[in-house]
Design a protein around this ligand. Sequence first.
Ligand SMILES: Nc1ncnc2c1ncn2[C@@H]1O[C@H](COP(=O)(O)OP(=O)(O)O)[C@@H](O)[C@H]1O
Ligand SMILES: [Mg+2]
Length: 305
Amino acid sequence: MTTRTQQIAAEINRSQKRLSKVIAITNQKGGVGKTSTTFNFAHYLNELGYRVAVVDLDGQGNLTELFFEPAVLNQYVHTAAVQFFTEEMNEFTPLSHPCGIDVIATQRNSHVLTNVDTQSIDAASLFYENVSRLAEDYDFVVLDTPPAPGIRTTAACASADYIFAPVLVDTFAISALEGVVNSVHAIGGLLDTELKLNGILINQLQDSTEETKHDYAELAAAIGEPLIPTAVRMSKPFRRAMRLGVPVWHLRSSGSEQRTSKEARKAYGEMSSRITEIPKKRIKAFNDYSRVVRMGLAQPEAQSQ
Ligand SMILES: Nc1ncnc2c1ncn2[C@@H]1O[C@H](COP(=O)(O)OP(=O)(O)O)[C@@H](O)[C@H]1O
Ligand SMILES: [Mg+2]
């Protein structure tokens, strides 16, 4: 083992105070990439050597299924995401994925979770208390949100230290962007604080026709400062990785996989750089950190569970 590898493993494993930051991935529209961004970004942070949990707040349970076969949920006793809205929790039993990420799961088509949106705002306060307690054990808790405004989205954004939104380049991109920005502002208004979007990621960028380039430029200008400079393109390797349940940069066999891998590492690195607690030099050395984590030399605490 090289000294560099040993150094990084030691750095990651050094007993440290957890950062305890909550990150919400949101957009009131469906199909824009909230779940896949949550999945990949959680993996990115995990491979930077941080202790990461994800919470699946969409009643479809898509995020959960990217990590586990549905049968796993019935096989093991575990904390379900809906409990965060219904009871005061002191202990959590997430499902632990072998990669080191802990998952607060949701069953496929969970009506009980979807019905949270019909409850009073008290459910959001309860969520805030519970997720803050959960975060004590982690560096980052990443929340995947449903494609609708409502109690769950409000609770997620209100609890978040950082908010990111994936958006698409299409005919309605500008009005969709206004929708995301306004809904985050409105939630801030409820709390009497100013909530802002820390990053807006252009996802599923389609082609490089003049029309798309024009739409992209227009959208990028409208986003302004929150724009994550590297867009994630619509690609087959991306879809393949999701089907295999691995982060997109793990596939590097073909040329197109390598391109997608590189681009994704860049985009998620730029998202990470918006998080002030993460040292820039760690992001620069992502490949080294990632190797150490994937070799199983880091996060002994996560792996012994
Ligand atoms: N960059 C991309 N390239 C190819 N497919 C993508 C990309 N981003 C997302 N997808 C696919 O698009 C679909 C919708 O994405 P998803 O993350 O589920 O969106 P949301 O959670 O906002 O509804 C999924 O099937 C996902 O795998
Ligand atoms: Mg989703």
